[in-house]
Design a protein around this ligand. Structure first.
Ligand code: SF4
Ligand code: SF4
Length: 441
């Protein structure tokens, strides 16, 4: 099975929701739609307090080349533009909408046999961003400066607990594949790979049973037609789904330090993004709903749910039976790269793949002790860095040396911190270094 150097097999805890079919989140009364749920400039509101909006209507538009449109998740009235806390704890502007119970919907005209330019324009109009967590505007990603010849769909979903991509591939297989082919058409490539971890056997089998999907065995590749999508089974190992590691595993290319996938001719997109492209192009539906996994042993009834963006997390948790008293940690996203939440007073965004409530059996509450120079962090780092030195120099305030040891090349996968017996907060050290280096610049 294909993989990359380094990494670690983290207990995946996916069994909690792996077999749970996608459920729909019922409507709530109040929605808080953030204007900053993507990389780049916040979107500019095009509605004001008192305006009536319908589901799918544009409520904020991209304000720069790297920005994204935002659409209303519900029919209702705009109450105001308010400051709300996001998952990282920062206060951001959000449009507060009170639902009015109406069922009207706005959709763009469906496109049949669109040109590449029409697909990219629709992706931009629909406000589609990378739904694996990064939130980079997809229309921008699909117009790289470097020539590309490979599209890789990141179906690894290597973060423990998360199953939303897995369920999407199982339950909406054909629509997902249509989205993949539309992205390939938009960028003009025929080399298309779906990299999927070996622990998703049901999704793998369903995809392989589709017309025009082949495995990466020698025999299948020898008979490959130009339009075939190649399904690459990857070893279940964290962080298999990071852009650089999935490119290495699928096509054996190495993204240079500081470079983007396009530097080696690749574009990597997530499963949810491909589905959103299908929905926007084929049905004209903008991105205002997404799948997320609500899991962890602190959640009474873990689920995979389709949620409208802007839904208060407290309502999502309520649908999942609430939290039990063994919960010691709340996490937005997966346990490796997600963010700890202080409370449930945040609303869902386009990039929320999961919410976890972890018990003392699942989350460590041990305090860090001094580094014992065991070298484990360096042995698992997929970027071949020396995390212990980054942590040491960041801790003593020597940003220059922390940068020298590669802090800016770290993509914050957290594998080093996971294996560290001293529980050094290495990722926090990296983030601090990046912040200080940016300030200095
Ligand atoms: S140093 Fe960065 S890239 Fe390397 S294992 Fe740690 S978090 Fe991951
Ligand atoms: S794993 Fe932890 S204790 Fe070991 S060298 Fe790295 S930082 Fe130090």
């Amino acid at each position: 099975m294909k993989t990359f150097r380094g990494g670690f097999h983290v207990p995946d805890n996916k069994a909690l929701t792996a077999a749970s079919a996608i459920e729909q989140m019922p409507a709530v009364t109040d929605y808080y739609v953030s204007l900053s749920q993507h990389i780049g400039k916040p979107a500019q509101p095009v509605v004001k307090a008192g305006d009536e909006v319908v589901e799918g209507q544009l409520i904020a538009q991209a304000s720069a080349f790297v920005s994204a449109n935002i659409h209303s998740p519900v029919c209702g009235e705009v109450v105001d533009i308010v400051k709300r806390k996001n998952a990282q704890g920062a206060l951001v502007d959000a449009i507060h909408i009170k639902a009015n119970g109406k069922q009207d919907k706005f959709a763009y005209p469906p496109l049949t046999d669109p040109t590449p330019a029409q697909i990219i324009q629709r992706i931009a109009d629909a406000g589609i961003v990378g739904m694996g967590g990064a939130g980079f505007p997809t229309a921008v990603k699909l117009q790289p400066k470097d020539p590309v010849d490979v599209l890789i769909i990141n179906a690894a979903e290597c973060e423990p607990y998360l199953n939303c991509d897995n369920r999407l591939m199982i339950e909406r297989t054909e629509q997902f594949l249509q989205g993949v082919r539309l992205i390939a058409k938009a960028i003009g490539v025929t080399n298309v790979y779906i990299g999927i971890e070996a622990n998703k056997t049901e999704a793998y089998d369903k995809l392989l049973a589709q017309e025009g999907v082949i495995s990466d065995s020698k025999e299948a590749l020898a008979n490959r037609k130009e339009s075939d999508v190649v399904l690459v089974q990857l070893k279940a190992k964290y962080p298999q789904g990071a852009e650089k590691t999935i490119i290495k595993a699928c096509v054996n290319r190495e993204v240079p330090v500081g470079g983007l996938p396009a530097a080696v001719g690749c574009i990597v997109d997530n499963v949810g993004t491909a589905y959103a492209v299908y929905d926007a192009v084929v049905n004209g539906v903008p991105l205002y709903r997404r799948l997320m996994t609500v899991s962890g042993r602190g959640v009474n009834a873990p689920k995979n749910i389709e949620v409208a963006i802007g839904t208060p997390l407290s309502s999502v948790v309520e649908l999942c039976g609430g939290l039990n008293d063994r919960t010691i940690k709340l996490v937005s996203g997966g346990p490796m790269m997600g963010f700890c939440l202080a409370d449930l007073e945040v609303a869902t965004t386009k990039t929320d793949s999961g919410f976890l409530a972890l018990t003392d059996k699942e989350a460590s509450s041990v305090l860090p002790t001094p580094c014992i120079n065991c070298g484990r962090c360096a042995s698992v780092c997929p970027m071949r860095l020396m995390p212990m030195y980054i942590d040491f120099y960041a801790t003593v305030g020597d940003t220059d040396n922390a940068v020298k040891y590669g802090a800016l090349n770290c993509f914050e996968c957290g594998t080093c911190a996971y294996v560290c017996p001293a529980k050094r907060p290495i990722v926090q050290s990296v983030r601090l270094t990046k912040m200080k280096a940016k300030e200095k610049k």
